[in-house]
Design a protein around this ligand. Structure first.
Ligand code: GTR
Length: 326
């Protein structure tokens, strides 16, 4: 099954590699996302593509490949780096291993709340981090931020405090920082791709995972037994829209400016879609019998202090500036 999926992905990728710059003179940029059609990030990027097509009188457009059809997030990042994907919406989590400077946003409890995160990404620090992606050797250009809400824990058994996580294997995104975060929170962090989590929950390879309500719902993880959603809010990780440097360098300066402008508009459009999706999917999860457990998350905040100390040391100045953003 997995082999078959890999073969299909390879075939789709091979078929579409040649799409950048077609015979008709139209540039078709392949855009990819792990999330399914209709998800806020997918819709915002599709709309960005429509605006691009209108603004360039059809000279450029996006072709969206949602639902991980081009591979898992890590593989899609690699494909973006080599230029096989031109536009990628990804969590910042798995960008950390290729652009370590972004890990400042990947730390547990680095933002006070969603409003704080938004103020930071909309301001100079947000621009600086996008520029760091662009200036890094990772061959990607940071175009815009998107909202990934707040990540909380979901498990098969109710969790209210760090001690309840003892012995529980919890799936985390591929970045050692997150495995350390879960270990500090009391569980055993296991790094694995998003697409593997459903089966891992079903077969008991993991006992839980963590994510925002739209992901918990659309990835169906609650149907694999993760019925308790504990409001730890331990990670508020912005998502990022990146362009392959290979494709970016082929754009005229005017088209680069246009791409950045449309990216910024997509950032704000996605936010409105996101707020609605969080409300809608929270209601749907509750209707499906998922129990939302309200807790005081301070013990989890305190338990993760060593992670902030370990990974945050090199970001001390930046973390101070982030904390000062109102
Ligand atoms: C989602 C995020 C995805 C992916 C996923 C995961 O919230 O939007 O890009 O990173 O989490 O947990 O792998």
């Amino acid at each position: 099954m997995n082999d078959r999926r890999t073969l299909i992905q390879a075939a789709v990728a091979a078929f579409t590699v040649g799409m950048l710059g077609t015979a008709s003179g139209q540039t078709v940029l392949k855009a990819a996302d792990v999330h399914p059609a209709g998800y806020p990030t997918v819709v915002a990027v599709e709309n960005m593509g429509k605006k691009l097509e209108a603004a360039t009188q059809g000279r450029m457009k996006f072709q969206m490949f949602p639902g991980s059809v081009l591979g898992a997030e890590k593989e899609m990042i690699e494909q973006t780096q080599v230029g096989a994907i031109q536009i990628l919406r990804t969590s910042l989590g798995p960008i950390g291993p290729v652009v370590p400077e972004v890990d400042v946003f990947n730390m547990p409890f680095v933002f006070r709340d969603i409003a704080h995160m938004r103020a930071v990404i909309d301001g100079p620090i947000g621009d600086e981090l996008l520029d760091k992606i662009s200036a890094s050797p990772a061959r990607m250009v940071g175009l815009a931020w998107m909202d990934g809400g707040s990540r909380s824990l979901y498990t098969k058994k109710p969790v209210r405090k760090p001690e309840d996580l003892k012995g529980q294997k919890i799936r985390m995104m591929g970045n050692p920082l997150f495995v350390d975060t879960m270990n500090a929170m009391g569980g055993n962090g296991i790094s694995m791709g998003y697409g593997e989590v459903f089966t891992a929950l079903q077969t008991g390879v993991v006992d839980g995972a963590e994510n925002n309500p739209p992901s918990l719902y659309t990835a169906n993880h609650f149907k694999a037994g993760a019925k308790y959603y504990t409001q730890t809010n331990h990670l508020i990780i912005p998502e990022v829209l990146v362009m392959s440097r290979v494709a970016w360098d082929k754009l005229s300066p005017a088209d680069q400016t246009l791409m950045k402008k449309l990216g910024r508009e997509a950032q704000l459009e996605q936010r409105a879609l996101w707020d609605k999706a969080v409300a809608d999917y929270t209601a749907k999860l509750k209707a499906e019998g998922v129990e939302f457990i309200a807790i005081d998350n301070r013990p989890f905040y305190e338990a993760t202090a060593p992670v902030r100390a370990k990974y945050g040391a090199k970001f001390a100045d930046l973390m101070k500036r982030i904390s000062e953003v109102k």
